[in-house]
Write a protein that binds this ligand. Sequence first.
Ligand code: GLN
Length: 235
Amino acid sequence: GSTTSGTQQTQIVAGTAPGFQPFEMMQDGELVGFDVDLLEAVVERADGYTLQRWEQYEFGSLIQALTTDKIDTIAAGMTITEKRKESIGFTNPYWDANQALLVREGSSFQPQSLEDLAGHTVGAQSGTTGESLIQDLIDEGTLKQSNYNAYPKYPLAVSDLENGNIDVVVIDTPVAETFVDNRDVVVSATVDTGEQYGFGVRQNDGDLESALNSGLQAVRDDGTYADLTEKWFAS
Ligand code: GLN
């Protein structure tokens, strides 16, 4: 959790889950990505706070790490949802996303909608909004529970897709695009979910939330946000 140093700077710990390219990933043993650069730039402009270090978790464990004070903020392409807002707070949005249906290159199975997944084997990363869509299909009887494979990390789901162990991966659109560039997969359709990513904070940490929101505004105003978008998303 956060500690205050002599200069009245509160040191914060950020949590993320690498494997979500280009938002957070390991490169030559180093944690890099858009979220990493963005949060660092935001905290630099957030009055009274400095970033002490990054901690890595599986995506599905980040909220608990935050609520139990292991970390002070989440920067992990995390969608702001009503459900999550029952346990944590979020900054203002910093990215828009939808969900993509990712299939093997050359696959004859080209799902055009979630309903098309009926009878097929589906994968997603645990704890994600992609998983929630799949869970809805299971709940309404469209998909069998046994046809859903949950993975700790999306790259493992994509490997299973390439291997033919599953037929489709439900995953955020910007990250799907990166896998299309680097792996033997294609997007067969997108599902318009209108998601927005925010940095997660504890509900009782309104001071940090306000400081991060000011920092976000500052990086938008001074061109840093545009530079980072160019750095990580220009193709
Ligand atoms: N945006 C999705 C979510 O919030 C996926 C995030 C991720 O896998 N890092 O659930």
